[in-house]
Design a protein around this ligand. Sequence first.
Ligand SMILES: *Cc1c(COP(=O)(O)O)cnc(C)c1O
Length: 374
Amino acid sequence: MTESTDQIPMAQPVIGAREEELVLEVLRSGQLSLGRKTVAFEEGLAARIGVPYGRAVSSGTAGLHLALRAVGVEAGDEVITSPLSFIASANSVLFERAIPTFVDIDPVTLNMDAAAVADAITPATKAILPVHIFGYPADTPAMERHGLPIVEDACEALGAIHGDGVPVGGRGHPAVFAFYANKQLATGEGGMVVTNDAAIAERIGSERNQGRAPDMGWLDHDRLGFNYRMSELQAALGVAQLERLDQMLADRAKVAGWYREALAELSAQTGLALPCEDRGTERRGWFVFVVQVPRGVDRDDVLRGLRAVGIDGKPYLPPIHLFSFYRELGYREGMFPVTEDIGGRSLALPFFPAMQQSQVARVAERLSELLLGN
Ligand SMILES: *Cc1c(COP(=O)(O)O)cnc(C)c1O
């Protein structure tokens, strides 16, 4: 039996003196929203991704909503997207009363299958919404050939790089990052849309702020908008986190390497599937470490077995099309066999930059007990 029962959490942000310093600066400045920290965070992240514009928003979900509106998605339009994602990507399509058209995933990368995307295009298709799931770059270059607007859900993919060397989010389409506490860069809540399109940036900047144009006076509005603003406190965290991003990404990659090593033998013995290796020059931006239990093993039993010894784990991710209110749109079991197979066997293990090798070893040892039955 595994001896230690110290809790190992799923995720844990890296917060230090620099975050405290910059947040305190904001508190003392008296400017708690739409100030210099927001601009600094926007400029910093956009520069890092290699595009001219960044617009900070209150969440990744808010960013997806505004990005879809900005490329012209309206009621009744079809948006092609992945059923193996966090629900926010598909929900953001529903916010505009548009229709998420799901297509099945590639069994290796777990991203939307580019050929299935091509097959799903109809005259009603308004946009494609690829999700770079678990930080692995989706085949956006293949999807660009259709000439349709693309909005990228890069909420799990900060640090990922496409095969042609372009950072995920840097292709110019509006791409959305998220900064919830478990993401590669954490501001508590928050998101950002990056783009190379000035008009899209302008529209998003206005619609996040009640439809106000930057040069308009207070309470003057020329279009429908929302309150999707990020606060200066969050932006201060963003600026501090950006300074340590390379280290945090490197630490995540190091932990992933430990997991690979610790689970290699068990994987060969049992068929436990590990995250795919990077193909060619593609690079994953490590976000979560998701494994698939072998066929015939009950994933939820494994989760219970982990939790019994203080190791957190999550079913990750349940297919979106099988949630009850998506079934009301006509989706059923059997429509996306790869997604359903993988979604039913996937589980996310504890994974965060400060994770220790001994903790990884404990998780691997427990998994081994559970899968080998000893
Ligand atoms: C985190 C995440 C989002 C957005 O999350 P928020 O909690 O709204 O910031 C969207 N899509 C995916 C795939 C995500 O993982």
